[in-house]
Ligand binder design. Structure first.
Ligand code: ZN
Length: 88
């Protein structure tokens, strides 16, 4: 499958946001700022790999895609087959 894009994993950002919220008020402002700076990096990190391909197999168009997070392992796959119809 061809690799073509990287994007931000929705699960990693969810955890990072939760971590920032959990820290607030429990550590010094200095520590909180340092930690949220680190977590902000996670929020901007494109760790979800998107592989996809589109091709014709017989009389069908195949669209196949997979998203996989290299950080937390979250994944999604999709595949569809659509008949290629002659123009009516
Ligand atoms: Zn992730």
């Amino acid at each position: 499958m061809s690799t073509d894009a990287w994007t931000i994993c929705p699960h990693c950002t969810k955890d990072a946001k939760k971590d920032i919220n959990a820290l607030y008020g429990t550590v010094s402002m200095e520590e909180f700022n340092a930690a949220s700076k680190e977590l902000t990096k996670v929020l901007e990190k494109e760790n979800m790999r998107l592989d996809y391909e589109v091709y014709i197999d017989g009389d069908k168009m195949i669209v196949s895609a997979k998203a996989y997070c290299t950080e937390c392992g979250a994944e999604a796959t999709a595949r569809s087959e659509t008949p290629v119809k002659p123009k009516e």
